[in-house]
Design a binder for this molecule. Structure first.
Ligand code: ACO
Length: 358
């Protein structure tokens, strides 16, 4: 059975290494724990693009790129506002021209961070807020959202999140982006392919449903019974399980630490404590109900808590994921293009045999 390409190595990359047995993620030679919460997203963009884009300065200048995106989107804002959040963001990115200069790459990397707060505000009937080029990428995204952030704690948490999800081996959306890059269709097309794959609930669409799951369990009042019922009915517990990790996803702990550092209100401390209880109960239920399978917490469980605490609505969570992952897609697309090789696997025909008339 080859339906999920499990264990197939389909690319060589110098960008990130996922060790699913040890539970380790390394970005350009640096373990996640050494960069998440320590380097800014801008620095990690430079790290990912180093070698691939030689004339890129340290701490990629994303401010000017955000302003460029905002200016290009301004004439079509009203049309985007009619779409739902994710589709509006994706449609906005389709307006970004293809190109191979540094400015073209940075514009694509900056685009989700402009379009996400813009779409949230437009849908709430609020006026858009233009970027402030002097701010850091995460801080400006929150400013465009109109979120108060005295002391910058929320921006630091968002920055940690963006770094934690910037790249992750040959995940489904990165693979999609590389396939399109291999056809030489251009970077915008590659990013749109990545965005298409990310949307699904088995990939980047999971964190919104994590909040729905937590709310349903809180309303029910009996976590164990709710979770058992869900698994017995063939449902998947959102935020658990992974194709590669056979242990806890290292990003889950980086994000949990960031949520904890936020401290904030008694309400968010209560929410975190509740989520931790649900997590432990879910792991126990999964061990009992799926004994042959190692199902651990994945990145999406604490993503949901972090993005909720930072103030994003659940239907924007996948857009925020794209905000971080877009740098990985761009880097992989450039890496793939440099190979000059079209990705074109084969299929095995298993349909009816055509008997040729004599
Ligand atoms: N809850 C309950 N059962 C699960 C879960 C889950 N979260 N994940 C896998 N299983 C079960 C499957 O039902 C299957 O059971 P069966 O053998 O009795 O039929 C078994 O575990 C194996 O499942 P597969 O589909 O082979 O596992 P796969 O490696 O393809 O799945 C995936 C990985 C898609 C992430 C899966 O674990 C899942 O659906 N999780 C929930 C959604 C989620 O959290 N997605 C985010 C992933 S992280 C990311 O993409 C950034």
């Amino acid at each position: 059975m080859i339906s999920g390409l499990d264990d197939v190595i389909a690319a060589e990359t110098a960008l990130s290494d996922v060790d699913g047995i040890a539970g380790r993620l390394v970005i350009r030679g640096q373990p996640l724990g050494q960069i998440a919460g320590r380097l800014s997203y801008e620095d990690v963009v430079s790290l990912l693009l180093s070698d691939l884009v030689p004339d890129l300065s340290q701490g990629a200048a994303l401010g000017a790129a955000r302003m460029d995106v905002f200016t290009r989107i301004a004439p079509v804002m009203d049309q985007l506002a009619r779409l739902d959040l994710y589709d509006g963001m994706r449609a906005g990115i389709a307006f970004m021209p293809d190109g191979v200069k540094v400015d073209d790459l940075l514009r694509l990397i900056a685009a989700p961070a402009v379009l996400t707060p813009l779409m949230i505000r437009l849908q709430a009937g609020q006026a858009p807020v233009a970027p402030d080029v002097a701010l850091g990428h995460a801080a400006d995204c929150l400013a465009m959202l109109g979120r108060e952030d005295e002391g910058g704690a929320l921006a630091r948490a968002l920055d940690t999140y963006l770094v934690a999800v910037c790249d992750h081996g040959l995940n489904a959306s990165t693979f999609a982006a590389r396939v399109v890059a291999s056809t030489r269709a251009g970077l915008t097309s590659s990013i749109l392919a990545g965005l298409g794959a990310l949307k699904g609930p088995l990939h980047g669409g999971a964190p919104g449903p994590v909040i729905a799951m937590l709310d349903a369990i809180a309303a029910d009042g009996d976590a164990r019974a709710w979770l058992k019922r869900e698994v017995a009915q063939g449902g998947r517990l959102m935020g658990f399980g992974h194709r590669i990790y056979r242990t806890r996803d290292p990003r889950a702990d980086a994000l949990k630490a960031a949520v904890r550092q936020l401290g904030c209100s008694a309400k968010s401390a209560e929410r975190l404590a509740f989520a931790e209880q649900v997590e432990q109960t879910a792991l126990a239920v999964l061990r009992a109900e799926k004994p042959g399978r190692v199902l651990e917490t994945n990145v999406e469980f604490y993503t949901a808590l972090l993005l909720e605490a930072v103030g994003f609505p659940p239907d924007a969570f996948t857009c925020v994921f794209a905000m971080g992952r877009v740098s990985g897609w761009v880097a992989h697309a450039l890496e793939q293009q440099a190979t000059g090789r079209l990705i074109r696997p084969q299929s095995r025909y298993v349909g009816p045999v055509y008997a040729q008339a004599r």
